[in-house]
Write a protein that binds this ligand. Structure first.
Ligand code: 5GP
Ligand code: MG
Length: 199
């Protein structure tokens, strides 16, 4: 962990970081993230040996994971980006996703979609459908995190860093209300300090 100025702690167990109007607790540290990313890169290097890969980074959340992942790849790589979002300010998926219309040319390419986290799966299912229609040579998915209990349908995710409980996390590219993407570790919302509106 690299506590920035907005962390408070009496001792390690009480360490929290304030993001916008919520407190978050340490969840996945930088060392573990490193191992997760290296493991995924190793598998991709093996699976795509002798081939070229187009890494399609899903913005904004996927950019930190993608930046670390591509620097561990040892095969020829091209980078593309695509904006997609399913969350507003709230911490729960609204089931609606907004995907940028301007898709890169992915014909005949081995496309690796790089996502930060898969929750209900709505976003990734829609992306796979739309990208699949662009005549790519292949489509695979790398997600740093996945919440299997939340998946709405049976999902096959080719590369997953770690499966987690259905809790809301921030950091390492992932935001809460637009903030917290710069945190180098991953933090989980602290339900113990959650504020409820006065009734
Ligand atoms: P899905 O469509 O699978 O329900 O939601 C996927 C998208 O929602 C992810 O790309 C991510 O942007 C966002 N998301 C899902 N769970 C979380 C979470 O715990 N924290 C953050 N910051 N974003 C999440
Ligand atoms: Mg996302």
């Amino acid at each position: 962990m690299n506590p920035s100025q907005n962390t408070t702690a009496m001792n390690d167990r009480d360490l929290t970081v304030r993001v916008h109007d919520r407190s978050f607790r340490p969840y996945i540290g930088t060392d573990e993230i490193d191992v997760m990313v290296s493991d995924i890169a190793e598998k991709i290097n093996k699976d795509f040996l002798g081939q070229e890969l187009t890494v399609l980074i899903i913005l904004k959340g996927g950019f930190v994971f993608a930046a670390d992942l591509i620097r561990r790849l040892r095969i020829p790589v091209k980078i593309e980006t695509l904006r997609a979002s399913s969350y507003g300010v709230a911490m729960t998926s609204n089931g609606l996703i907004d995907v940028e219309d301007d898709f890169p040319d992915l014909r005949e390419r081995n496309v690796l979609i790089v996502e930060d986290i898969i929750d209900t799966g709505t976003t990734i299912v829609e992306l796979i459908k739309r990208i699949g229609g662009l005549q790519p040579a292949s489509v695979t998915v790398a997600a740093l995190l996945s919440k299997p209990e939340m998946h709405r349908e049976n999902l096959v995710i080719d590369y997953v860093g770690r499966e987690i409980a259905p809790d809301f996390v921030v950091g390492y590219g992932m935001d809460y209300a637009g903030y917290g993407r710069e945190l180098d570790a991953i933090w989980v919302v602290d339900t113990a300090t959650e504020e409820f509106p006065e009734s």
